[in-house]
Design a protein around this ligand. Structure first.
Ligand SMILES: [Zn+2]
Length: 316
């Protein structure tokens, strides 16, 4: 009996010591919003400690950082951002938190789409020029930031994330590359499935309406025309003229369905539906995942859900 006791003590002390050591080895990663959080966790697995700033069903365009976010940024090794002005809050947060993290803009290298200023391209300043100025520190810029809505671009994002993790944690590089390759194969299949589903929608029914211009990449990649009363950021509000223009476009192009979004107020689309007589075909997940119990709790589920919802309402 006397020999058992020291052994038990020794084992206990080893396990106590080993816990903080393994926690320290983890790469501390901050993802700006939920879709990047999913990509990061697919690539990083349990080698990373992940914090996502803008959570499920939340809108990154208008997010207001919480006091805890600054502390999260300060201790991060890597901050993953979409970039292109998608996260209006992030530059200020990075500055105020004195973060020493490497900030990776994962949309770098993706195939980008130049945005119309407000989704309709009209000249609200009346001087014949389009403007991309930062009058209130927010984004009204020139490139549509929603590049993640095309699967080929998502594959670029994932590759960029794997490279960033390899640079920061060389010992884990083989794991990151293997995880990224396995996930990339799933994205490849996803891309093929979306192409087939959208191709089955008759040409004349491929114009659909959403709340804000979040789906231009999806439309360009898979062959849909998407119209919206609000531009590429939800912080803009639709004017009566914007809505009247949209109603005219809907009639001209014989739009087949109107969709709400998980991050946008439904009131405007209900008004457009009432004015045009086109029914609301459910809600699409635009700039955020659903919560864990929802139908879009990861990126692949989100894209499958959106595709099925569009194919169901537009295709019939
Ligand atoms: Zn958006």
């Amino acid at each position: 009996m006397k020999t058992v006791r020291p052994l038990a003590l020794a084992l206990t002390s080893i396990s106590v010591i080993s816990l903080p050591a393994s926690a320290q080895e983890k790469l501390d990663v901050v993802a700006s919003f939920s879709i990047l959080g999913d990509f990061a966790s697919q690539v990083g697995g349990d080698r990373i400690a992940l914090t996502t700033l803008v959570g499920p069903d939340s809108d990154a365009h208008v997010y207001q950082p919480k006091p805890a976010d600054a502390a999260t940024m300060t201790k991060a090794d890597i901050v993953l951002t979409n970039g292109l002005g998608f996260e209006g809050f992030l530059e200020r947060l990075t500055r105020s938190s004195e973060a020493k993290a490497t900030v990776i803009e994962v949309s770098k290298g993706a195939a980008l789409i130049e945005a119309e200023e407000d989704g309709h391209g009209h000249d609200e300043h009346g001087d014949g020029e389009k403007h991309a100025e930062q009058d209130d520190g927010q984004y009204h810029g020139a490139t549509d930031p929603h590049a993640f809505q095309s699967v080929p671009n998502a594959r670029v994002y994932v590759k960029t994330i794997a490279e960033a993790f390899c640079t920061a944690d060389a010992a884990g590089c083989d794991t990151y590359k293997a995880n990224a390759a396995a996930y990339d194969a799933k994205l490849d299949q996803l891309d093929k499935d979306i192409r087939a589903a959208i191709a089955a929608i008759p040409q004349g029914r491929r114009t659909i309406i959403t709340s804000h211009d979040a789906f231009a990449y999806f439309g360009k990649e898979y062959g849909l025309t998407l119209l919206a009363p609000v531009g590429v950021s939800t912080e803009a509000e639709a004017s009566a003229a914007d809505i009247a223009a949209l109603v005219r476009q809907i009639r001209d192009k014989k739009a087949s369905a109107i969709f709400l979004e998980n991050v946008a107020n439904p009131k405007l689309m209900e008004q457009v539906a009432a004015e045009t007589g086109i029914g609301i075909g459910g809600a699409l997940y635009s700039d955020a995942l659903s919560g864990p119990d929802g139908p879009a709790s990861d990126y692949i589920s989100l894209m499958r859900y959106n595709t099925a919802t569009i194919a169901d309402k537009a295709g019939s």
